[in-house]
Every structure is written in structure tokens, then in C-alpha cells.
Design a protein around this ligand. Structure first.
Ligand SMILES: Nc1ncnc2c1ncn2[C@@H]1O[C@H](COP(=O)(O)OP(=O)(O)OP(=O)(O)O)[C@@H](O)[C@H]1O
Length: 384
């Protein structure tokens, strides 16, 4: 984290020679249940002990917890329910309260207060709500409270869901200005193949670049959205690393895993963060809103955007897909349908259709007004 983002207490610790960090600990269901049908309280005690120790060393901890559905099922005595979204939401509604109560009791043993934060993607969609969520998270941290975050499953519908706690934890890491994101799971890390079905698979210790080869071995659809497993962990790692956050996938049941990772020991799979992370507004473009539409550009524009870091001019636009307003985030593709960038559009899709292929000088004549020469300004664009 940049020093300017650290609290006074953290800056004093750093001055005293002890580097303190903001660490997001994402706990998967498998870690919290040990593969059983109920929460493994003995192990939750152990996880809290480790977090409390880090706190006493001056680190700030954010928990992203799964397990609400497991807790709900256990509390209701394992009811037979139809396999519907409503049943899941029912279990999450019952279980979230139980889950937060467990965390409260356990952190209470160490005199640590927790604060519940239930998020959906809608909370991050527009920049103002995103900044509000960020202020709340930072306020909790600055007041010595451990934020305990989960997706608001009881209300979240598919459109407004982040969808999985791996991606949610990356967004939370960005909101909280985290230094490290620990994705705790039931495997020792990312392997060369799924270790459940490939006993010869080998642990990958360090990842410098997340490419299609890596995505394939994690079981994700290349370029698309995988569900669960390692695919979502890779998506999360990609987003977090771009924001300058170090990401580690490791076994949540390994003895002292959280303490060792905070101390920088080589455990699990480590993803190296970008050395010059994106600045705040660009982090939001990358992580916040879902794209409202797509723009396809020609080869000349690809070179300008990708290699020269130029703004995207209307002249290079060949196709406009979807309906979006001025100020919404869109994806930019090349003619072979490869995703190149995300950016905030200066023009609505209706305007964009009219000015596509036109010279910037002609925009005013075509529309009767103009919002500048660039269709998407370089400051509003993240090249992928
Ligand atoms: N290349 C791979 N390396 C390691 N694990 C893999 C790989 N490909 C697929 N997997 C699977 O991913 C699983 C871990 O992801 P999963 O989403 O189940 O866990 P979690 O994140 O701990 O839990 P939750 O999704 O409930 O939060 C492993 O149990 C493993 O079977």
C-alpha cells in the first residue's frame, strides 16, 4: 500500500521498522466446513487466533467469508428443499446471521470487534457508491474493527451479483487498499492440473503473468467467466495484481498458514503484483461496473490504443454493440473479437453509431454537439 494510504498508527509501525500490511483473508466453504456439512468451529477458532496475532503485530485484517448457506442448512436441521435460487437465498438469509454471530463470538475472545459488510456488484457499479463502500471499509479498518464481508446472497439476483467470493475478495482488496489477498482453499495452491483428478499434478509456486495457458489448467473458459474452483481464483488474482496487490492461493487448513503468509514465507502459489499498479479511477474501471456495451475497432486503432497509449477516436470504430449511455463502461475488442481494453464512453451508443468511422472534426456536424475529440479518452481507459 502506498504510505499515503496507511493510517497514522501503521505509519508509526513502519517508522519503527515493522512493516504492517492490510491483508484480505478469503475463506472458502471448504476451509470453514472441512468438507463436512457444518461449520468447523474448532478450525474457525484457529483462523481467528492467527488473525488476532497479526492484528497484535499492527496488521489490518479483512475477512471475506463464505459459509452462510452451510450455516443456514445446519441451523435449520438440514431441511429437504427444492434446488432453486429461492431455497439458496432462504438458507443464506438464515445462515448469514448465524455466521456473523460465530465470527463475532470468536473475535470477541481476543477483544476484537467485527463489522459486517454485505456487498453486491450494484454497490460498486457507479463511482459514488463505490467510493461510499470504500469509505466505510476504510473507516472500519481505521477504527480497529475487522470487516467481515460476504456477498449479499439473500437479495442478490444474477444481474447484480459479483457471483463468487474470489472475485468479491479482489474487489474488497481494491476498496480497502490491501497489500495482500490470501485465497484460502482446500488445496495447497494452483497445480498444473486439478489435483483431485490428477495425482501427478505439481504445485505452481510463482506466477508472473496470467495467460490463456494458465487459465486452461485452472479449468476456466479462456477469456470467459468460469464458475468456482480455480478459474474464479485466477480472475480474482488478475484483477488484484493489476491493482498492485500480491495474491496467494494456499491451503486454509495448513498450520499457521495466515501467519506464515503475512510474514512472506513461500507457501502455496504466489501471484506477483504489477510494479506500477493502476491508479484509483482505472482500478474502478477494471473492477467496478459490468460493461454496458462493446465497441469493435480497426487495426489502426488497435495499434494506437495498445502500443501508443492513445485515446480511441471515432474514426477507428467499426461496430457498436449494446445500448449504453455516455459515462458508462464499455469493452473494446479488435476485429478478431479479442478483448483489448475497458473504458468509459464519452458518447452514448446511439451517438457512437452515428460517429463511428467519422473524423473527429466532423462529430459536431453529425451530432450537433460534441463531448470532445476522443470517443474514449486514454485517462478513462484500461488496456488489458
Ligand atoms: N489446477 C488446479 N489446481 C488446484 N485446484 C484445482 C485446479 N483446477 C481445479 N481445481 C479445483 O478447485 C477446487 C477449489 O476451488 P473451490 O471453489 O471448490 O474452493 P473454495 O474457494 O475453497 O470454496 P468456495 O468456492 O466455496 O468459496 C479444488 O478442490 C480443486 O478440485
Amino acid at each position: 500500500m502506498a504510505d499515503s494510504k496507511k493510517s497514522n498508527a501503521q505509519q508509526q509501525d513502519v517508522a519503527a521498522g515493522a512493516a504492517t500490511h492490510t491483508i484480505v483473508v478469503k475463506l472458502g466453504t471448504s476451509v470453514l466446513t472441512g468438507g463436512t456439512l457444518k461449520l468447523d468451529r474448532a478450525h474457525m477458532v484457529e483462523l481467528v487466533r492467527q488473525c488476532a496475532m497479526l492484528r497484535s503485530q499492527g496488521h489490518k485484517i479483512i475477512i471475506v467469508t463464505s459459509g452462510a448457506i452451510a450455516a443456514g442448512r445446519e441451523h435449520l436441521g438440514y431441511p429437504e428443499l427444492p434446488k432453486t435460487m429461492a431455497s439458496k437465498q432462504l438458507l443464506a438469509a438464515v445462515g448469514q446471521g448465524r455466521l456473523i454471530q460465530e465470527w463475532e463470538t470468536l473475535f470477541g475472545i481476543y477483544g476484537i470487534n467485527i463489522g459486517q459488510m454485505l456487498l453486491t456488484r450494484a454497490d460498486l457499479n457507479d463511482r459514488e457508491r463505490y467510493l461510499n463502500a470504500r469509505d466505510m471499509l476504510v473507516a472500519l479498518l481505521d477504527n480497529g474493527i475487522v470487516p467481515v464481508v460476504n456477498e449479499n446472497d439473500a437479495v442478490a439476483t444474477t444481474e447484480i451479483k459479483v457471483g463468487d467470493n474470489d472475485n468479491l475478495s479482489a474487489l474488497v482488496g481494491i476498496l480497502g487498499g490491501a497489500d495482500k489477498l490470501l485465497l484460502m482453499t482446500d488445496q495447497a495452491g494452483l497445480f498444473t492440473a486439478d489435483p483431485r483428478s490428477n495425482p501427478d499434478a505439481e504445485l505452481i509456486h510463482e506466477v508472473h503473468t496470467i495467460d490463456d495457458k494458465l487459465r486452461k489448467l485452472a479449468g476456466g473458459t479462456v477469456g470467459g467467466l468460469g464458475t468456482g474452483g480455480m478459474a474464479t481464483k485466477l480472475q480474482a488474482a488478475e484483477v488484484a495484481c493489476r491493482a498492485g496487490i500480491e495474491v496467494i492461493i494456499a491451503a486454509g487448513r495448513r498450520v499457521d498458514v495466515i501467519i506464515d503468509l503475512a510474514a512472506g514465507k513461500a507457501v502455496g502459489t504466489r501471484f506477483l503484483p504489477l510494479e506500477s499498479p493502476l491508479e484509483g479511477r482505472k482500478q474502478w474501471i477494471l473492477a467496478g461496473p459490468p460493461p454496458a456495451g462493446d465497441i469493435v475497432i480497426d487495426d489502426g486503432a488497435v495499434t494506437a490504443v495498445q502500443q501508443k497509449g492513445s485515446s480511441l477516436l471515432a474514426k477507428g470504430i467499426t461496430q457498436v454493440k449494446g445500448t449504453f449511455e455516455r459515462g458508462e463502461v464499455v469493452r473494446i475488442f479488435d476485429s478478431k473479437n479479442v478483448l483489448l481494453a475497458r473504458g468509459i464512453s464519452r458518447y452514448s451508443s446511439a451517438d457512437m453509431v452515428k460517429i463511428a468511422g467519422k473524423h473527429s472534426h466532423d462529430i459536431h456536424q453529425v451530432l450537433g454537439y460534441e463531448y470532445g475529440h476522443a470517443a474514449i479518452h486514454r485517462d478513462d481507459m484500461v488496456v488489458i
